[in-house]
Design a protein around this ligand. Structure first.
Ligand code: CTP
Length: 473
C-alpha cells in the first residue's frame, strides 16, 4: 500500500504542510476503501488533521504553486480545496456526541481513534498515515480490511448508536451493499429496522442522493429489497410497498408487482445507465395498487393504471423534492405509455406503429427499452416470442420513420395555409381540417407530404361546405 495509494503529488504536499504545522494528518474514508477495492481513482479525498483542518488546508494551498482558493465551512470546522481534478476536504479529528433531534452533532477535538470511532462503517474508517516517517501506513483499528475481504458492511461501534446518531447511515449501508455487492451484518440490519423511523429527520434531498446511487448500481434490486426488508421503504417509497403481495379470489391470482418491478429495474440496468429511465422502470407499475379490481368475468384488472401511475409520479417527485422539470415529465410519459408497445406487439400494423412514434416522439427508443425490460415471464417460449415481437416493432419503427417522418410530427399544412385557401378567420373548421390530415397520415391513407395533405384539405373543406378562394398551384 505504501507506494501505490499515495502516488498522487497532493499527498506529499499535504504531508509536508502538516509537518510544517507540527501536526499529524491522515487520508481516511472512501479514498482508502476504493483504492483497496481497486474501484478506480476516488476523486474526493478526505483528510483528518489532529489539529485544525482549516489551518492545514490553508497551509496546503500555500504549498500548491497556483495557490487554490480554500473554501471554509465554519459551522462544520471543515475546509475544501481543489487540486487539478481532485477535491480535498480537511477536517480536524473529532469526538462527537449526538442529540435526539438532529443529525448534526456536538463536536469536540479528538484523537484519530476518536475520529475513526465516529465513522459509519469499518470499511470507511481505515486511514493512511501522511507523516513523512510513516508515510502510507494503514491504521485499521476495526479490521476494515478483513471486512472488505469478507464483503461485509459493519459499524465500528454498536450499530444502534451509529445509526441512531446519524440515520442517513441506514441509507448509506444499503447503498454501499448495493454498489459493492456486500452483505450488511445481521446486527446492523436489526439496528436499521429498529431505528427506521429516525429516517424522518433526514432531508429528502439526501435520501434521494442515496436512492439514485442505488438505482445507478449494477443490480439495483439488492438495495430495494433491503429497504423493504428493514421497513425503510415504507417511509421513502410507500407506493412500491403497496405493490407487494399476491391476492387470490376464486382461484385467480395476479403476480406480485413489487418483485416484478424489481426484476424490471434489474433488467433495464443491463441496457441503460440513464438514471431517469431507471426511475421510469421503478415506477412503471405504481398505478396498479390503486386501480386493482376483481371481477368474476375477467379476473384481476388494473384498468387505467398507466394514467393513475403518471399522476402519482408527480406527487412522488414533489414529496421527495426531486426536480419537477423535464426529467419528471419524461418519467411520467414513460409510465403513461408503458403498456403501449406490449399491446402493439400482438399485432404489428403500420398505423399502430405510426401512432406509437407520434405519441412517444423522442422518447420512443427509451420506451422500447422499458418495454423489453418489462418482459419477466419465466416461460422461455413466451419470453422468446415477446422479444421477437418487439424486434418486429423496432424494425417497423425504423421503416415507418424513414418513410413518414412521424417523430416530432409537424403538420404538412399550417393553419395559415388553410385560412388562406378558404378565406377563413381563426375558427373551429381549421382544427377539424388539421385533425383530419393528421389522422389520415397516421392511418396511412396519405403520405406525410404537402401535396397529398393539400388535396385532402380541399376535399375536407368541401365536405365542411367551405369555398376555396385561391387556386392551388
Ligand atoms: N461518513 C460517515 N457518516 C456519514 C457520511 C460520511 O461516517 N453519514 C464518513 C465515512 O468515513 C466516509 C467519509 O465520511 O468514508 C466520506 O464520506 P463521503 O464522501 O460521503 O463518502 P465516501 O465514503 O467517500 O463514498 P462515496 O464517495 O461513494 O459517497
Amino acid at each position: 500500500m505504501k507506494n501505490n495509494a499515495l502516488k498522487h503529488p497532493i499527498f506529499k504536499i499535504i504531508s509536508q504542510s502538516a509537518e510544517a504545522l507540527g501536526i499529524d494528518a491522515y487520508v481516511i474514508g472512501g479514498f482508502v476503501r476504493d483504492f483497496i477495492l481497486k474501484r478506480g481513482q476516488h476523486k474526493d479525498i478526505d483528510i483528518v488533521a489532529i489539529g485544525s483542518g482549516i489551518d492545514l488546508a490553508r497551509q496546503v494551498a500555500k504549498n500548491i504553486p497556483n495557490h487554490p482558493k480554500v473554501q471554509i465551512f465554519k459551522t462544520y470546522g471543515t475546509a475544501m480545496l481543489r487540486y487539478e481534478d481532485i477535491e480535498v476536504e480537511f477536517v480536524g479529528a473529532r469526538k462527537e456526541s449526538y442529540t435526539e433531534e438532529s443529525r448534526n452533532p456536538i463536536v469536540e477535538n479528538g484523537t484519530l481513534e476518536d475520529d475513526q470511532n465516529r465513522r459509519d462503517f469499518t470499511i470507511n474508517a481505515m486511514a493512511l498515515d501522511l507523516n513523512p516517517s510513516r508515510f502510507g501506513d494503514l491504521l485499521d483499528p476495526f479490521d476494515g480490511l478483513k471486512d472488505l475481504d469478507a464483503k461485509l458492511i459493519r459499524t465500528p461501534l454498536d450499530p444502534d448508536i451509529t445509526y441512531s446518531d446519524d440515520p442517513l447511515r441506514m441509507m448509506r449501508a444499503i447503498r454501499f451493499a448495493t454498489q459493492l455487492n456486500f452483505t450488511i451484518e445481521n446486527a446492523s440490519l436489526i439496528a436499521i429496522s429498529k431505528n427506521k423511523d429516525r429516517i424522518k429527520i433526514i432531508t429528502k434531498e439526501r435520501i434521494v442522493v442515496e436512492l439514485n446511487k442505488i438505482l445507478e448500481s449494477e443490480v439495483p434490486s439488492i438495495g430495494f429489497l433491503l429497504l423493504e426488508q428493514t421497513g425503510l421503504l415504507d417511509y421513502i417509497l410507500p407506493e412500491l410497498v403497496a405493490l407487494k403481495g399476491i391476492d387470490e379470489k376464486e382461484g385467480q391470482r395476479h403476480k406480485d408487482n413489487f418483485y416484478h418491478t424489481l426484476e424490471v429495474v434489474d433488467n433495464i440496468a443491463q441496457n441503460t445507465d440513464d438514471l431517469w429511465l431507471r426511475w421510469a422502470a421503478l415506477l412503471h407499475d405504481i398505478g396498479k395498487a390503486p386501480t386493482k379490481k376483481f371481477s368474476k368475468k375477467v379476473g384481476w384488472t388494473f384498468h387505467g393504471h398507466e394514467f393513475e401511475g403518471s399522476k402519482m409520479v408527480y406527487r412522488l417527485f414533489k414529496r421527495l423534492k426531486m426536480p419537477l422539470n423535464e426529467k419528471m415529465k419524461f418519467v411520467q410519459k414513460l409510465v403513461l405509455m408503458s403498456s403501449r408497445p406490449i399491446a402493439l406487439a400482438q399485432d404489428v400494423t403500420d398505423s399502430a406503429v405510426r401512432r406509437l412514434v407520434f405519441d412517444a416522439g423522442d422518447y420512443v427508443d427509451d420506451l422500447m427499452i422499458l418495454c423489453e425490460a418489462d418482459i419477466t415471464t419465466k416461460n422461455p417460449r413466451k419470453f422468446k416470442k415477446y422479444h421477437n415481437n418487439f424486434k418486429l416493432v423496432r424494425d417497423k419503427i425504423i421503416e415507418v420513420e424513414e418513410r413518414d417522418q412521424i417523430r416530432n410530427f409537424q403538420p404538412p399544412i399550417s393553419g395559415e395555409e388553410i385560412m388562406a385557401a378558404f378565406g377563413l378567420k381563426p375558427s373551429r373548421e381549421i382544427g377539424t381540417i388539421k385533425e383530419r390530415i393528421k389522422e389520415a397520415i397516421l392511418e396511412g391513407e396519405i403520405p406525410n407530404e404537402h401535396k397529398a395533405a393539400y388535396d385532402l384539405m380541399l376535399e375536407e373543406g368541401k365536405r365542411l361546405g367551405l369555398t376555396q378562394v385561391i387556386a392551388s398551384d
